[in-house]
Design a protein around this ligand. Structure first.
Ligand code: COA
Length: 158
């Protein structure tokens, strides 16, 4: 069975992430959506809230698992038996960051490779912080996120 890991901070998960996940399932039999930790980020949603949104958004997708790992993503890959890490590229500006991340991962684990999918052009402006900002400003973000994310924002403001 060909397994892969799609890591991110998913704060929150968006239709951009869902698109990459769907496309990765055409290449891999099983993909774990991994909530990983970027120490440079302050999150809006807790780990539990983000996991709940990730689980709900993917509940009807056979072949998808959801997990959390606080350490190095490549260590998770090895324990899980995956040789590939998935990432999405939205624009040229993502490239430099992804190039550095890929080099760091390769240094730590030369046996793990990264696979990149280019976002559809209509999704290239979407990022989690853009969603958070638009939502804070009162813009309807429902076309850009799975329905559970809209629910979670409502729950948070109650
Ligand atoms: N659609 C929509 N948004 C997308 C996207 C897509 N296809 N692809 C990326 N993004 C957005 C994310 O929403 C996020 O937006 P934000 O910055 O506004 O939150 C941004 O692009 C990139 O974030 P993400 O993919 O979540 O990665 P990250 O940079 O926050 O974290 C980790 C990357 C978590 C995978 C990485 O830090 C990691 O692996 N951490 C664990 C420790 C480790 O192994 N470090 C690496 C070696 S040092």
């Amino acid at each position: 069975m060909k397994k892969a890991v799609y890591p991110g901070s998913f704060d929150p998960i968006t239709i951009g992430h869902m698109e990459i996940l769907q496309r990765s399932l055409e290449v891999f039999d099983e993909v774990t959506l991994l909530l990983a930790v970027n120490p440079n980020k302050n999150s809006v949603f807790s780990v539990e809230e983000r996991l709940e949104m990730m689980r709900e958004a993917t509940k009807n997708m056979p072949g998808v698992k959801v997990d959390f790992y606080p350490g190095l993503t490549v260590d998770y890959c090895r324990n899980y038996g995956a040789k590939h890490l998935i990432r999405g590229l939205r624009a040229v500006t993502d490239f430099e960051y992804e190039f550095q991340l890929s080099a760091a991962n390769h240094f730590a684990a030369p046996d793990i490779d990264m696979v990149f999918f280019m976002s559809k052009k209509e999704n290239t402006f979407i990022s989690s912080s853009t969603i958070n900002e638009l939502n804070r400003a009162g813009v309807d973000i429902s076309p850009l996120v799975p329905p559970i994310v809209v629910e979670m924002y409502k729950r948070k403001t109650k």
